[in-house]
Design a protein around this ligand. Sequence first.
Ligand code: PLP
Length: 357
Amino acid sequence: MSEGLHGGELEWVVAKRHRVSVDRLTSFANTVSPIIPRSVYDLREQFRRLYLYAPRDAVDVRASIASYYGVHANDVLLGAGSTELIHLFFQAIAPAHVVIPVPTYSEYASAAQRWGCRTTLVPMTSDFQLDLPAIRRAVTPRTRAIILCNPNNPTGRFYRRNTMDALVRLADRSGATLLVDEAYLCFVNARHAFSMSRSATRHNVVVVDSLSKLSGAPSLRLGWMVARPTLLRRLGKLKVPGTIGNLALWMTPGLLRDRGHQRHVRSLIARERAYLERQLQRIPGLTVFPSDCNFILLRLQRPGIDADRLFERMAERRLVIRAAGNIPGLDRHFFRVTVRTHPDNVKLVTALRALLP
Ligand SMILES: Cc1ncc(COP(=O)(O)O)c(C=O)c1O
């Protein structure tokens, strides 16, 4: 049943199929923060202003995002979720050739196809590291972009500085743009997390990030891109005006200033990820791939059950996991679970233990 679906749709499909309210489900497929920050609840005070249209330049919000990264407001473009910006990027460079290391977030290949870009998918190594020599071989004089997700969805791997520097050099040398999607950076341990946004103003680098994951509220729809103003002006001309709502704009500056919430989320994720990894490693036939962020990729090698079947069995228990067989570079044995609060994670472990004794 999860075949061909975007991870973000799964809760609705399970709720309909099992005739239950979506509120009765616990989703380990949805990859947002399990804790809702104060800035989301504060939005209630703004409801009286909902009659207002959002300001189109949203310069204050761009300035607050810029100061979060240490760049200038003109280096920031807003979109209705990072999805809109990812699509705009492919639209702007189409019909160019792009290189995408896989497995990764499947929206990149979908967007490339939608806008008529030619795509080379470069498989990662068997332990899901980037195969840099293979990426270098795939980049030709016609390549306009290399697309990377850091940390990577669905593997959870965070590529370190030397890997990213090598890719920036490759982009600068070849004239291709390195697009780095940092949607899950907010969950990486602060000791080794770093953003490529500063490089975006000096090199052929574009960074996209999203309000969805840290806010735990993807319904609000806001994403941003950090890049050179020349590229942003091109994308800005293609962008449909009026796609961004006030609710997302109102909460963003507060959320980015709220370092306490950011630390709280990071430490909860680190603690609970360690708990889940320990517990899941004990389940026979399950391979746990080490993760640096808020989800874990798993491989199920047991007779009579693959990830799709496991998805069905979990859904009967009102738990939603992400079977990952439809992600290029993976197969029907892979699935992904999101790190949630401790009581939810205990539910997940208990159900998996029962189904995979
Ligand atoms: C890696 C990655 N980037 C971007 C997105 C899209 O996020 P949004 O459009 O809500 O900003 C997702 C959603 O799951 C994602 O996994």
